[in-house]
Design a protein around this ligand. Structure first.
Ligand code: NAD
Length: 360
């Protein structure tokens, strides 16, 4: 099959593209605008592969979308392109509405026109066509300490401009399915971490600041709780849903792994200490990486806790994550140690983020 992946140069999209090329025989068209978050370096290992094509385009550009659908005739659309960083949505919400809401609308319309046309010329291909929308658990708002995790039935209650714009995109996808019959599936996932993660996010920022002897910023008291999923586990789940889920279904995807932010930072410090032989020498005068932890003013409207009930995808599709938090974090730290050329280029050049806290 031919997959059209939007946002394939981003953190999760690039993991999906690598997984599709490395572990399946499917073809991939990667449609990406290459914003600050898009990085073709993350696709170096597959960029010359005969089953991979890159299309530099904006999902808001209806003409470009029509051309790409017409030229490539995809079997499955996986929609990951988005403005995705909560702190940036607080600094400037409009880009989030433009890409996440309007861009999703244009992509749905381009998909619908293509699918209608397909029904006339190739009904068998139209029958199996599907649009997979990739979203976040943040659309559900936050939870108190003892609340059960979000299920697929949890009402939407987004808190930030980012999560509100993603909630808007989810509603559009449901509406296109109900109103126009567009064959859609949807997933809502918890926080991802792993290789090729943009260095303004909590886990890579903590690893890289620790190595440089810089402060490790933690919002408020660090007691906010997130569920963490290793990005390659997420990529495998997404491909399974795209290929196997019944139409119209939605699935929550999580790592069965709730952690307080402060505990994540401590665990990274301990992992670096444990890998001492592989880590460049500690900055002079620093006894422990944890001594670099610095509490900073909390983010406005900061959600206290997210937790995912991922039973449905386990029950219906037999998916469970392979990595524990300890194994995934160790792999992640190791990857950042082994690949300085990837993150140094971002930090030296395009990295704009002298932010107070770390995006989570
Ligand atoms: P990312 O910011 O790393 O990547 C987004 C990609 O989309 C980039 O390559 C960027 O260039 C591209 N893009 C942005 N605007 C575009 C436009 N107008 N047209 C075409 N391409 C555009 O994001 P990510 O962390 O990889 O997240 C991917 C998707 O998964 C998003 O929809 C996000 O909401 C969702 N999600 C992310 C997480 C997470 O923890 N990162 C968790 C759950 C869901």
């Amino acid at each position: 099959m031919k997959f059209l992946i939007t946002g394939g140069a981003g953190f999760i999209g690039s993991a999906v593209v690598r997984e599709l090329i490395d572990s399946t025989s499917h073809e991939v068209v990667n449609l990406d605008k290459l914003t600050y978050a898009g990085n073709l370096d993350s696709l170096e290992s597959v960029s010359d592969h005969p089953r991979y094509v890159f299309e530099h385009a904006d999902i808001c550009d209806a003409e470009a979308l029509a051309r790409i659908f017409s030229v490539h005739q995809p079997d499955i659309v996986m929609h990951l392109a988005a403005e995705s960083h909560v702190d940036r949505s607080i600094d400037g919400p409009e880009a989030f509405i433009e890409t996440n809401v309007m861009g999703t609308c244009r992509l749905l319309e381009a998909s619908r026109r293509y699918w209608k046309q397909l029904a006339l010329v190739n009904p068998a291909k139209a029958e199996t066509f599907r649009f997979h929308h990739i979203s976040t658990d943040e659309v559900f708002g936050d939870l108190a300490e003892d609340d059960p995790g979000f299920t697929e039935q949890t009402p939407y209650a987004p808190s930030s401009p980012y999560s509100a714009s993603k909630a808007g995109s989810d509603h559009l996808v449901r509406a296109w399915q109900r109103t126009f019959g567009l064959p859609t599936v949807m997933t809502n996932c918890s926080n991802n971490y792993g290789p090729y993660h943009f260095p303004e996010k909590l886990i890579p920022l903590t690893i890289l600041n620790a190595l440089a002897g810089k402060p490790l910023p933690v919002y408020g008291n660090g007691h906010q709780v997130r569920d963490w999923l290793y990005v390659e586990d997420h990529a495998r789940a997404l491909i399974k849903v795209a290929c196997e889920a019944p139409l119209g279904e939605s699935y929550n995807i999580g790592g069965h792994n709730e952690q307080r932010n402060i505990d994540v930072v401590h665990l990274i410090c301990e992992t670096l200490e444990a890998l001492e032989a592989l880590v460049p020498q500690k900055p002079q005068g620093l006894a422990h990486y944890r001594d670099l932890i610095t509490f900073v003013t909390d983010r406005p409207g900061h959600d206290l806790r997210y937790a995912i009930d991922a039973d449905k995808i386990a029950r219906d599709l037999g998916w469970r994550p392979r990595e524990t938090f300890e194994s995934g974090l160790r792999k992640t730290v190791q990857w950042y140690l082994d690949n300085p050329e990837w993150w140094q280029r971002i930090r030296d050049g395009r990295y704009q983020g002298e932010r107070l806290g770390a995006d989570i």
